[in-house]
Write a protein that binds this ligand. Structure first.
Ligand code: HEC
Length: 112
């Protein structure tokens, strides 16, 4: 009886933890990234269209880019020559948060 109770408590806690993790990446995306890349990852925002950002819901747009490259772009930013196209977020976000954001970005293409 007691073991059963502990097992269900553990299950509830485990679900809660997974949920809050996903919410964190979603919240970070919303706070830091959505104004350019779009809440839905399509970059159909004013800024996104101006900068001709990729539609992350289209699996082809990041097909040749590795997760490591996505992590690097998010952490270090994206430069074209000396010009900064996107600033890096390594001062604002932990590496766990950045890894979660990369999973979040990949999920846009899978959800379609
Ligand atoms: C001010 C607008 C802006 C914001 C805010 C922004 N980005 Fe970007 N992002 C860009 C631009 C511009 C590029 C370069 C696109 C290119 O070279 O075609 C880019 C590129 C990227 C890339 C490289 C892959 C690609 O699309 O070429 C990743 C990954 C990325 N951004 C993730 C993020 C994440 C995660 C956040 C939030 C933490 C974020 N960006 C916030 C503008 C932005």
């Amino acid at each position: 009886m007691k073991t059963k109770l502990i097992a269900s408590l553990a299950l509830i806690l485990a679900c809660g933890a997974t949920y809050s993790l996903a919410a964190t990446a979603g919240e970070n995306w919303e706070t830091h990234c959505a104004k350019c890349h779009g809440a839905d990852g399509k970059a159909a925002t004013k800024l996104g269209q101006k900068m001709k950002l990729k539609d992350y819901t289209n699996a082809a747009s990041l097909a040749t880019v590795s997760d490591a490259d996505l992590v690097k772009a998010t952490a270090e930013g994206v430069k074209e020559g000396a010009k900064e196209k996107m600033k890096g977020y390594k001062d604002k976000l932990s590496s766990d948060e950045i890894n979660d954001l990369v999973k979040y970005i990949r999920a846009f293409a899978k959800a379609k």
